[in-house]
Ligand binder design. Structure first.
Ligand SMILES: [Mn+2]
Length: 405
């Protein structure tokens, strides 16, 4: 059977002032088309469906429409779990209605899905807290999924009936081990999906997404991939935005990554969905499919004297979101800033970098207190920015001063 794994949709997320909804519509449409072309039997969305607890209406509509489309009229189960950005109750609440369409929402680690049989569709034959067994129309063997939506360390242990002083790592190992022992024999396909910060023991320390709510605080919520029971053939993870395997070839533990680059730390990253071919009692085959939609995030650096070059580059790379660094000896002039912005609609930040060396150090320099306040301000500005303020800034300063008197 074929499973499509995706995660971290973050519907409703913005990049500063830039709304990403149009791109999200395009890339989710692309994911639906991949699911159809590849004729996948099951879809897993491993958390962070929304970006906030109270997402905008357009994001909610986009989620429901996309998941419904993915179910292929109730023939293809779609399992969507909550991530750390999602409100568990918001994810759980449409469940009775969603289930009839073939969408299984799981908001909490102890969510117990009800058994179900859809006309001409699939069947949910067994369930337990955080566990579902599916019978799919075209397969003689079942698919089992252990699903652990995000909860913080303390709550997670509570749901699993563990003491506070037990490490999360141990609590998960015990709970997953018990479910795997009970339900996951070699006569079916066995998978696990969760939204956690997981890495390989002894492996490199992975970076959490920029601007994300971090899970790893003093390593408290860090879990190693050796907690995974041996019966599990594939782990579908959410949280980290870059595609990566933190398991092994024999037992892949995969972050599918987000479908769009959501911060400049992800600039230039190719995004994917992962397609898994699984059979009972066999190592899975995987193929990651690159996503084409969405704007590229680009970090670009120019010297202010090469303003024409910057403008030319911007004109030629319209379908991008740009973080522009401008090196100059003087404070960036408003007319330059205007020129850059009129050449490109997607400049998210302009970072001015001062290259001259006559930055003053206030700690060693005697401040001349006999100057007027505007001259003092100019001195201060130069000490902080390394440049003299331009006339516009001085005028603005004077205006502020005058308003106060
Ligand atoms: Mn997350």
């Amino acid at each position: 059977m074929k499973i499509l794994h995706t995660a971290d949709w973050h519907l409703g997320k913005r990049l500063d002032n830039f709304n990403r909804l149009e791109e999200q519509i395009l890339v989710l449409n692309e994911i639906c088309e991949i699911a159809d072309e590849q004729a996948v039997d099951v879809v897993i969305v491993a958390g962070d469906l929304f970006d906030t607890f109270n997402p905008p209406v357009e994001a909610i509509e986009l989620l429901y429409k996309t998941l419904k489309r993915l179910t292929n009229k109730g023939k293809r189960p779609v399992i969507a779990i909550a991530g750390n950005h999602d409100s568990p109750s918001r994810i759980d609440s449409p469940d009775p209605l969603a289930r009839e369409c073939g969408i299984i929402f799981m908001g909490l680690p102890n969510t117990k899905v009800q058994t179900l049989q859809l006309d001409d569709g699939f069947e949910i034959t067994k369930t337990d807290d955080g566990f579902i067994e599916f019978k799919l129309p075209n397969y003689s063997y079942p698919l089992r999924i252990i699903a652990t939506p995000y909860a913080n360390e303390m709550r997670m242990k509570e749901y699993f009936g563990e003491e506070k002083n037990v490490a999360l790592q141990e609590a998960l190992k015990k709970s997953w081990g018990k479910i795997a022992e009970t339900y996951c024999d070699e006569h079916g396909v066995n998978m696990l999906t969760t939204h956690l910060f997981m890495q390989k023991r002894g492996g490199e320390t992975l970076e959490e997404p920029d601007g994300e709510k971090p899970l790893k605080i003093g390593n408290a919520d860090l879990v190693y991939s050796d907690t995974i029971p041996s019966q599990i053939q594939y782990v579908a993870l959410g949280h980290l935005h870059r595609f990566q395997n933190v398991g092994s070839d024999e037992q892949p533990v995969i972050y599918s990554g987000s479908p769009l680059a959501y911060s400049f730390a992800e600039a230039g990253q190719q995004k994917y969905v992962n397609i898994i071919k699984a059979e009972q009692n066999k190592t899975v085959e995987q193929e990651r499919i690159p996503l084409k939609e969405g704007k590229l995030l680009v970090r670009k650096r120019f010297k202010s004297i090469d303003m024409d070059m910057a403008v030319a580059w911007l004109s030629e790379n319209q379908n991008t979101l740009v973080e522009l660094t401008i090196e100059s000896d003087d404070y960036l002039k408003p007319e330059d800033s205007k020129r850059l912005h009129s050449a490109h609609q997607g400049i998210v930040h302009i970072i001015p970098i001062v290259t001259n060396e006559n930055r003053m150090d206030l700690s060693t320099k005697q401040v001349n207190l006999n100057q007027d306040v505007t001259a003092l301000f100019a001195d201060y500005f130069k000490s902080v920015k390394g440049q003299n303020p331009n006339q516009e800034i001085l005028d603005l300063f004077k205006e502020v001063i005058n308003q106060q008197s």
